[in-house]
Design a protein around this ligand. Structure first.
Ligand SMILES: C[C@](O)(CO)[C@H](O)COP(=O)(O)OP(=O)(O)OC[C@H]1O[C@@H](n2ccc(N)nc2=O)[C@H](O)[C@@H]1O
Ligand SMILES: Nc1ncnc2c1ncn2[C@@H]1O[C@H](COP(=O)(O)OP(=O)(O)OP(=O)(O)O)[C@@H](O)[C@H]1O
Length: 299
């Protein structure tokens, strides 16, 4: 087949991230309430002689262009399953912060999978695609699905959640990334010797999402990885404090960080929080986004 296919994939914020103890396989059981937000990467696949990756965007220099890139791994897994070669050029237009706790690499994995599936006309079922996503990483199935979902297991088993409105967010992008395994490792160190309760989703939080109740969601957001991210990067506390002083209704570390996320009442309140963050110099960039939005879709 000739031509090319472009797929747009959103970032995520975890409105609740409840983390259990470390499992025998090194992962942690989660109750992970994902919300897809309108910051996007675009993944374009074009037929080529061999697999090649290119990337553009402010963080492009931090993105691996070899076969460790989740987009390349996605193309190779799909090709292997359908007995063909992954002979495509994959171009990533990257707007999601790299290693920022917003599932940027996962977005590219899901995007490349959907794009190659369309380009090659494999006819793979949604469940097959989700199975490949789960092999690629715990966050990847959600990048495919988007909207809002509860992730259990290591975060890969999804239940779609109803959302009754739109939520406005500000994201403070930090200088440098944080490694997800390092943050989970720090979580284990901080909780050493404690018996960890089974992670459960908060009923109050799910109700706030379902009814679109912004103040109720603000009161309920939580992230069990926040202490670990702050322990590794104490400067994030200043960003959280500045956002709250600037009028945010809630301030949390996004996933494993170091991006910090601020829930605000509306676009106007978001602009004030952006101004406060920029004026205080506590972040590399401040971005606004609304969620929920769709998952990986061809454009
Ligand atoms: C922090 C979150 O972004 C919240 O959504 C995710 O839990 C991380 O998901 P991810 O980046 O897709 O992570 P994976 O690529 O699956 O795993 C990377 C590493 O993170 C740790 N990890 C990840 C997920 C999980 N439930 N428990 C873990 O302990 C493990 O050390 C694992 O080796
Ligand atoms: N397509 C990709 N884009 C960015 N990083 C990638 C990609 N593929 C692999 N990586 C590797 O993954 C690491 C984590 O990057 P990523 O942007 O996915 O982090 P993250 O947003 O914190 O992830 P998560 O929120 O899922 O834990 C990078 O440092 C990079 O080495």
């Amino acid at each position: 087949m000739t031509g090319s296919v472009t797929v747009r994939v959103p970032a995520k914020v975890n409105v609740q991230l409840a983390v259990g103890g470390a499992r025998a396989d090194g992962f942690h059981d989660l109750a992970n309430v994902f919300l897809a937000v309108g910051l996007y990467d675009e993944v374009t696949v074009t037929p080529a002689d061999a697999l090649r990756i290119t990337c553009e965007g402010p963080d492009a220099s931090q993105v691996p262009l070899d076969r460790t890139n989740l987009a390349a791994r996605a193309a190779e897994k799909l090709a292997a399953r359908y007995g063909r070669r992954a002979d495509v050029n994959i171009h990533i237009a990257k707007d999601i912060p790299v290693a920022g706790g917003m599932a940027g690499g996962s977005a590219d994995g899901a995007g490349a999978l959907v794009a190659c599936d369309a380009l090659w006309g494999t006819g793979a079922s949604r469940d097959e695609l989700l199975e490949i996503c789960a092999e690629l990483g715990s966050d990847v199935p959600f990048s495919l699905v988007g909207g809002a979902a509860l992730g259990t297991g290591r975060g890969e088993k999804l239940r779609v959640l109803p959302v009754g409105g739109s939520f406005h967010w500000v994201f403070a992008v930090a200088d440098g990334g944080l490694s997800t395994p390092a943050v989970y490792g720090e979580f284990d160190r901080l909780n050493e010797g404690l018996v960890m309760p089974e992670p459960v989703a908060s009923g109050v939080l799910l109700e706030a999402l379902a009814s679109g109740d912004v103040p109720a969601l603000a009161a309920a957001v939580s992230n069990d990885l926040q202490s670990a991210a702050l322990s590794l990067r104490p400067s994030l506390a200043s960003a959280l404090a500045v956002g709250v002083e600037g009028g945010a209704l809630a301030a949390i570390v996004s996933g494993s960080g170091p991006t910090t996320a601020f829930l605000v009442a509306d676009a106007e309140a978001g602009a004030k929080v952006v101004d406060a963050l920029v004026a205080a110099g506590v972040c590399r960039a401040a971005r606004v986004a609304v969620g929920p939005v769709s998952g990986a879709v061809p454009v």
